[in-house]
Design a binder for this molecule. Structure first.
Ligand code: MN
Ligand code: MN
Length: 322
């Protein structure tokens, strides 16, 4: 998928010495905006949707906030030497026009939008939105790739059968995805789960499906690089989606979210997880559940922007400087 033709001019983030970082259009990483995914290897997409939220709302406002906080991101990854803009054509294609008065219709609108993106052989990188949006995204991905593996970082398993009797909500997407055959359960890893449950068996259902469940306690006080070796072993060899709920991170680092749980992952651990996905066939990724109203410093959205950039850096076809 990489654009290897050296004569082709690839999009670059608008430099901080060409326009002040606080000026210019607020696109993801100050990339050019375009209306469709045509000609792109990767598209950043906003999904301003929080109709599936159970507690504090506000994730509908996150795509704009993530774009704004992405203004400091420069093209080159100084730690890994990834240079995604050397080989891939990338742009921000704006937001999915959801209907804020109709959740079920919005789910269909999101799926169709991603169908169009995938028809262009373009990898979608999503600025959510609450976690409900992973379901229509996975529906579109599975039509193209078949059942996908998944690296899912979250405080919550999001495998409830229903919420208030509703089958589609931000706590149910991965139960539906398993039922609909969108995920390959033997190639799914959930990292950072913790907190209190509706039932004592809440984390048993994903294990019974074949998921590898890594509770937060298993992550405390240590590097997650060895875990990611195990993850690559389990899910390597086929298409993989990365779904990153910001509440997987400890609220000390990421307070701007709706469903807060104590004692989560650290930011370095989050980087180890995403960097540990290098070499896998990553076919898309999202950052979800950022709620700007509770993000008084902007640091939660800043973290989300950086995590999306790190996902970009591990996509197939990214060049690494020597
Ligand atoms: Mn979630
Ligand atoms: Mn969560």
């Amino acid at each position: 998928m990489s654009s290897d033709n050296p004569k082709k001019i690839l999009n670059q983030p608008l430099g901080g010495n060409d326009m002040p970082r606080f000026g210019g259009p607020a696109t993801m990483m100050r990339l050019p905006a375009q209306e469709t995914a045509q000609g792109l290897d990767v598209a950043f997409i906003g999904v301003p949707f929080d109709l599936g939220t159970s507690n504090r709302p506000g994730a509908r406002l996150a795509p704009r906030q993530i774009r704004d906080e992405s203004r400091m991101l420069r093209p080159y990854n100084m730690a890994t030497r990834a240079a995604p803009f050397d080989s891939l054509q990338i742009a921000d294609i704006g937001d999915v026009p959801i209907n804020p008065f109709n959740m079920m219709q919005s789910i269909d609108i999101i799926e169709k939008f991603y169908d169009d993106v995938l028809a262009n052989d373009c990898v979608p990188m999503t600025l959510g939105g609450d976690h409900t949006i992973a379901l229509p995204i996975l529906r579109a991905l599975a039509k193209k790739h078949g059942p996908v593996g998944m690296i899912h970082v979250d405080a919550h398993a999001d495998i409830n059968d229903h919420m208030f009797g509703e089958k589609i909500a931000h706590g149910t997407p991965f139960r539906r995805a398993v039922e609909e055959g969108l995920l390959d359960p033997q190639r799914v890893v959930q990292i950072g789960l913790r907190g209190t449950g509706y039932e004592a068996e809440d984390f048993d259902w994903p294990r019974e499906q074949g998921f590898r469940v890594v509770p937060a306690e298993e992550c405390w006080h240590k590097s997650l690089t060895p875990l990611m070796e195990e993850v690559r072993e389990k899910i390597g060899g086929g298409p993989v989606y990365i779904s990153f709920d910001i509440d997987g991170i400890d609220p000390a680092y990421a307070p701007g979210t709706g469903t807060v749980e104590i004692a989560g992952l650290t930011v370095p651990q989050a980087l180890e997880v995403i960097r540990g996905a290098k070499g896998l066939d990553v076919v898309g990724g999202d950052i979800v559940e950022i709620s700007p109203a509770y993000d008084t410093t902007g640091n939660t959205a800043l973290l989300g922007a950086n995590l999306l950039y790190e996902m970009l850096c591990v996509l197939p076809g990214v060049k690494y400087r020597s």
